[in-house]
Design a protein around this ligand. Structure first.
Ligand code: FPP
Length: 238
């Protein structure tokens, strides 16, 4: 406990939750069991991260590339969301958490789109923490969609194309209003960004842990924050 008090808690944390498949395979289980355990890990972490003082937690649940997985695995992930939907709402209400989904939700089945919209609407006034789920998210796709929206605004005369600043462009991204991550965590030891928040992580500190996502917990999160605390952030200065 003493240590928590001294820890400098990053305001905005992003996580690439990797290693569900390997976690399951190591145990002779189907990959989908790894996702199920991974969802439980996430469920626990929402309250824990808020209590620790994190204000924005952004997790990579489903990438634009994940559609390439087997039909069984994709539909198991959809089912998992359907199953956790009610829990997610309960947890968000109990912990004062605002839910936001980033990514192109239009490709999901109708019932999932409806749930996502409802979860956002039901929690929009909560302010302890914002929990952002990247679903059918890819950074290149997000930037492409932002550019399209900007082009539409030029066409309609809403903006002038000489006006565009970096902050102005960031407002066209799905993460509008979310501070750039201070810390990006990737589990399972892979050294890749996997098309995640490429614009937003320009100056994030990256911590990779070998722990597989289903085994991740608040203590592992604190270890990542301790590593982050040991870094000297200069944002390109000296
Ligand atoms: C990466 O592990 C994980 C995913 C592609 C899915 C992450 C999803 C969850 C943790 C569930 C989210 C649930 C809700 C309710 C939002 P991997 O399958 O790529 O693992 P591997 O690299 O070991 O194969």
């Amino acid at each position: 406990m003493e240590k928590n008090v001294e820890m400098n808690i990053p305001q905005s944390v992003a996580i690439i939750m990797d290693g569900n498949g390997r976690w399951a395979t190591k145990r002779g289980l189907p990959r989908t069991m790894g996702h199920k355990e991974g969802a439980k890990t996430l469920e626990k972490l929402i309250g824990d991260a808020g209590r620790l003082g994190i204000k924005y937690l952004t997790v990579y649940a489903f990438s634009t590339e994940n559609w390439k997985r087997s039909e069984d695995e994709v539909s198991a992930l959809m089912q998992l969301f359907r199953f956790y939907r009610a829990n997610l709402l309960k947890l968000a209400v109990a912990n004062g958490v605002k839910l936001r989904f980033i990514g192109d939700r239009t490709r999901f089945p109708e019932d999932i789109i409806k749930s996502v919209n409802e979860l956002e609407a039901a929690t929009k006034d909560n302010s302890n923490m914002e929990f952002i789920v990247a679903a059918n998210y890819g950074s290149r796709d997000e930037i492409r969609r932002a550019a399209m929206k900007y082009a539409e605004d030029i066409k309609s005369g809403k903006v002038c194309n000489e006006d565009l600043t970096e902050d102005g462009f960031a407002d066209y991204l799905d993460t509008k209003g979310v501070p750039d991550p201070d810390l990006l965590i990737r589990t399972s030891g892979e050294l890749r960004l996997s098309n995640y928040l490429l614009w937003q992580i320009a100056y994030s500190e990256i911590v990779v842990t070998d722990v597989l996502w289903p085994d991740f917990n608040i203590d592992e999160l604190k270890k990542c924050i301790e590593i982050y605390n040991g870094r000297s952030r200069r944002f390109g200065g000296v």
